[in-house]
Design a binder for this molecule. Structure first.
Ligand SMILES: [Fe+2]
Ligand SMILES: [Fe+2]
Length: 289
């Protein structure tokens, strides 16, 4: 296999915005419009970020030696963005814990999954990161494209999620391009087979773990059994239906010729920059370390 053409836009800028959220006033425990299931799924997702994004960074940086200069720069900016995301979600998770949630079983599950990944060869960790970064990017796209997902949420907490989504879109090609670089001597078939297998594996774990994590947090709010399942599945799959809405974008990952930037969704970043929070982010931009 010869060198691959990387379709990441030449004029893409990956810009770490060093923002802090929720340090002044505490959001209510049920910060997502008082809704137990909505708060639970976002809290469950946030629980994965501090350790998960540290794992993404370590998996990508293991392959930075010999990367083309543009990709090496993007890896640096990606590292800075993910480090700040980890910090902000760690702070968010501590606030959730202070408001009475016990996140320990969710965090233990994340650590268990990461331990399995770390026991595999580094290129498999990179593949898992590349697959999960596609997942994060399509969730981010949907979150920014459809206001319904954060409707009714505490405004500063909604800002945290939008800020994170913007940066996930900006750096969505970094793990993928690192993967293309790391596997440049593989055949197309071998590359496709590994990435498809890894995507199916991480998707299964993602859906199972986030569902059980959300149910656990709903249990802590007194909602259990069939009522909990119905409310959660309705929220995830029907209305606003995040999982249903990202299904098409998820499937595209398996197409030959897939690349995260086959869909240039930077118009969503422009829309964010035009908001008050986006304007504040612009002032907090700092160059990648
Ligand atoms: Fe992130
Ligand atoms: Fe990311």
């Amino acid at each position: 296999m010869t060198a691959t053409i990387l379709p990441t836009p030449a004029d893409l800028s990956i810009t770490p915005r060093d923002r802090r959220f929720g340090r002044e006033a505490a959001a209510p425990r049920l910060w997502h419009g008082g809704r137990v299931e909505a708060t639970a799924i976002y809290n469950a997702l946030s629980t994965t970020f501090p350790a998960g994004e540290a794992f993404f960074v370590e998996s990508v940086r293991a392959f930075r030696d010999g990367a083309p200069p543009k990709l090496a720069e993007e890896i640096k900016a990606f590292t800075t963005q993910e480090a700040i995301h980890s910090r902000e979600h760690d702070a968010f998770n501590k606030r959730a814990a202070r408001s009475g949630y016990d996140l320990s079983s969710l965090e233990a599950q994340v650590e268990k999954r990461l331990a399995v990944s770390r026991s595999r060869p580094p290129v498999v960790s990179l593949a898992a990161t590349m697959a999960l970064e596609h997942f994060t990017a399509i969730l981010a796209h949907q979150l920014l494209a459809n206001r319904r997902h954060l409707a009714g949420a505490d405004s500063e907490t909604a800002d945290l999620w939008r800020w994170h989504a913007v940066e996930e879109i900006e750096h969505k090609g970094v793990a993928y391009d690192t993967w293309l670089h790391a596997t440049r001597h593989w055949t197309r078939w071998k590359r496709w087979k590994v990435k498809a297998k890894v995507m199916l594996y991480v998707t299964r774990n993602f859906v199972v773990d986030r569902t059980s994590g959300s149910l656990e947090l709903m249990r802590q709010d007194g909602i259990t059994g069939i009522q909990a399942w119905t409310r959660l599945l309705w929220y995830l799959w029907i209305r606003p239906g995040m999982f249903r809405k990202i299904a098409g974008a998820w499937l595209k990952f398996f197409l030959p010729g897939f690349h995260p930037w086959n869909e240039d969704d930077r118009h969503l970043l422009g829309r964010y920059e035009a908001t008050a929070s986006g304007a504040q982010s612009q002032r907090k931009v700092r160059r990648a370390a």
